[in-house]
Ligand binder design. Sequence first.
Ligand code: DHB
Length: 308
Amino acid sequence: MDLSGQIGNQKFNNIFLNAAGLRCSTTKDLNKLSKNPYVGGVITKSATIKPRQGNPKPRCYGLPDGSINSMGLPNRGLQYYLNYVLQNHQKPMILSIAGISTADDLKMLKTVQQSNYKGLTELNLSCPNIAGHTQIAYDFRGTAELLECIFKFFKKPLGLKLPPYFDLDSIHQCAKILNQYPLTHVSIINFVGNGLWVNINTESPVIKPKGGFGGLGGHMILPIALANVRAFRQDLKSTIKIIGTGGIKTGADVFAHILCGAEMVAIGTQFGIEGGHVYKRLTKELKRIMLNKGYNSLADFRGELKTL
Ligand code: DHB
């Protein structure tokens, strides 16, 4: 059964990626993903210019059908991940970067441009967990200005990680901007920012940073993810592929993401809960659904969501 995907000129033998964030911060984590035969490509933890410890703990908490977190970009710094992706790997790598400011984004992209790295880079415009900083992707004018600056010098394959949007008109506006640039892909969606969970025994939030406000992930955000994948697929030009991210717990969820138009899918919270075994299980579950429906390849149903 063909479970392959393609982003830019990068071919992936199967559609499963890890989502930038969980279990991908160290070379040990990354090597495990790289060796996992059910993982088609590896995304590195979003890098800042310098290493960061991240936010104070507790900063992550399991909810009945998902999680709330405010990690605050703990990572080893750009050079660590650039060194890693520059090594020889058996599968494609995606270098994720997330500046604390747009000046940092530009500085890091200049470093990547000047390096020997030829693979995909993903610019994260949607980390909700840095106190005092807004998510740039919610500011369309700022995003347009940033992309204009970037593509003056950045000539390597580049995608974006976007937050969820809750209004179809926002997606139309965003896609109109993105369609003007040679982007390879968008990863949608990042965490649903600034949720709050309350422990009524202690009468306090469950995580410490930002007074308890944190990003929501896991199965509870699946409908929001599917809506964003579907709406962006309808609005984006066909060369901008979609990495469907958000809410995937079962093979059926993967199937739904692909039906809505995802080229590849990435697993975040469920990978955090289950570990590397999740990719084998999801592959098995997806293949069983395809078999039952008589599909041999993802191309048989990708983007083919029907209307009632
Ligand atoms: C965090 C990091 C991310 O890259 C992201 O997209 C969202 C949250 C974090 O570390 O908090």
